[in-house]
Design a protein around this ligand. Structure first.
Ligand code: NAD
Length: 501
């Protein structure tokens, strides 16, 4: 791996338009080469979080009163800047989070699509005209912002996921405090710099760097009206527990998964193997929607497995700045330990190991957290943890099934419900899985990964709490109000109520 191509960035918090340092710092280390320091960032805590929330609270009234169309037009400025910066952003992201640069570029484009969606939405309705029982009454539903939103995000989509939440929040007139992941502060910092360049007024977007301490300080601040969180279930659960004691707090959580591809008896097997490979191993299995399970009809199990193993064995894993690689490293030592721990657990639980991927330690990989795919055959059965829990790495169970009812039972037998792909030529089978499985995103003859910003992105069970992200989030960052106007000279009440005054 080559030396750092540029001087490390030095980050700051952004509070009320001022860039601030703080005493404690932490480095952002490239997962592909632990000797490369991408940047050094201030480590925020309660003090910085509270100051940022106060800045957002102070900026909120003027921002709320700004025309929604003018707020949206700032997103048009941002779109032009992101287009200019696309390649730089993609390279920075590849260095900082280890995703292959082509994938990083696609993520920047996804972020751009969200910005464009928000810009267009500025001129779309922000309410409805409704009928009234009384002819002389006009009735309206109008959406209003909540106030201050805290946006807390994961490392694996460090550009698009923050934009899924920052975009709707700011469009609708909320002021925000953004805390990027401690694994990707440089891309978080760069994103906020672009917002500033686009002309967002001081205090409307604030930035606090740091880890759980800074995130939890934001969540505990009662002046935060909405917490928009994407990350693991355990952290989402904690945020919901803390928020339960804060009156009027809204929490939108997008969390983990144990997504799956279901390969039916009639599947086209080359298509099925490609879909399985991408679902399980793109981004080294570190997408929320990554498949940890491929359910395969027993009649085609052997043929499908041979095709998948042939593809998996020749995957190119390496330097994320090399566009020819399929995937890069996992994010850090803790992730590597967790994934290899699950590989060991699968063996302990009696898995038949088909491809025993481990850490890659040759000279091209020795300085990074590179892991080869681990693939195993496992029967569905009670108490087998490795086929039910999120691993978030290149760890894949192939599970045989005998009929579609059994496939549904296996698919639903986890605590999660995020994404599902069905590989079939049968309309009836597709429809059956669509109706019977628990998921937020379903795909047919596709991998179970991939998003477009105008589609809802969210899940059920431990995967989400009912507020889909991206365009779907506009509902969570506003509340609906009724506004009723009487045009008569007398008072007429609904439900035929008569009142003698
Ligand atoms: P994580 O939960 O460890 O961290 C996410 C964010 O929460 C980080 O910014 C972190 O600093 C912050 N945080 C940690 N503890 C906190 C606390 N006590 N209070 C407040 N904030 C706290 O997740 P990660 O490792 O960055 O990302 C991986 C996880 O994210 C996986 O579980 C993945 O499935 C999930 N994810 C879900 C989606 C989705 O849309 N459903 C998308 C991407 C990632």
């Amino acid at each position: 791996m080559s030396q750092s191509p540029s001087i490390p960035a030095s980050g700051k918090h952004l509070v009320a338009g001022d860039w601030l340092a703080s005493g404690r710092t932490f480095p952002s280390v490239s997962p592909a080469d632990t000797q490369e320091i991408v940047g050094v960032f201030p480590k925020g805590g309660k003090d910085e979080a509270d100051r940022a929330v106060a800045a957002a609270r102070a900026a909120y009234p003027a921002w709320r009163r700004t025309s929604r169309i003018l707020r949206a037009e700032l997103f048009d400025n941002l779109a032009q800047i992101v287009k200019r910066e696309t390649d730089n952003l993609a390279r920075l992201m590849a260095r900082e989070c280890g995703k292959v640069v082509t994938e990083c570029r696609a993520e920047v484009v996804e972020g751009l699509h969200m910005i464009q969606y928000v810009f267009g939405t500025g001129r779309m309705p922000m309410g409805d005209v409704l009928a009234s029982e009384i002819a002389e009454k006009d009735a309206f539903m109008r959406r209003k912002p909540w106030g201050v939103a805290a946006v807390i995000t994961p490392w694996n989509f460090p550009f698009a996921v923050p934009l899924w939440m920052l975009g709707p929040s700011l469009l609708e007139g909320n002021a925000v405090v953004f805390k990027p992941s401690e694994d990707t502060p440089a891309i978080g910092q760069r994103l906020v710099e672009l917002f500033v360049e686009a002309g967002f007024p001081p205090g409307t977007i604030n930035l606090v760097h740091g880890d759980a301490e800074a995130g939890e300080a934001l969540v505990r601040n009662p002046e935060v009206n909405v917490v928009l969180f994407t990350g693991s279930y355990d952290v989402g659960r904690r945020i919901q527990e803390i928020s339960a004691s804060i009156p009027d707090r809204i929490v939108a959580c997008e969390m983990g998964s144990k997504s799956a591809v279901i390969v039916c008896e009639d599947a086209k097997l080359d298509l099925a193997a490609t879909c399985a490979l991408i679902s399980a191993f793109k981004t080294s299995g570190q997408r929320c929607v990554s498949a940890g399970r491929i359910l395969v009809h027993e009649k085609i199990f052997e043929t499908f497995t041979q095709k998948l193993l042939a593809l998996a064995k020749r995957l190119r894993i390496g330097n994320p700045l090399d566009a020819g690689n399929f995937t890069g490293p996992v994010i850090n030592q803790a992730a590597l330990d967790k994934i290899t721990g699950y590989n060991a657990l699968a063996k302990k639980e009696g898995a038949e190991v088909l491809l025993d991927g481990g850490r890659l330690s040759d000279s091209d990989h020795a300085r990074g957290f590179f892991l080869a795919p681990f693939i195993y055959r496992q029967r569905h059965g009670s108490g087998v943890r490795s086929i039910r829990e999120e691993v978030f790495g290149p760890h894949l169970a192939l599970i045989p099934f005998t009929n579609n009812d059994e496939a549904v039972a296996i698919y639903n037998d986890t605590d999660y419900g995020l994404s599902l792909a069905v590989i079939t030529e049968s309309y009836r089978a597709m429809r059956f899985f669509r109706e019977e499985c628990e998921y937020g995103m379903g795909y047919v003859n596709l991998p179970c990964i991939g998003a477009e910003v105008h589609l809802p992105f969210g899940g059920v069970k431990k995967s989400g709490n009912g507020h889909p992200s991206a365009a779907g989030l506009i509902e969570a960052v506003t509340h609906k109000t009724a506004w009723t106007v009487n045009h008569a000279e007398e008072v007429k009440m609904a439900q035929g109520l008569t009142t003698t005054v």
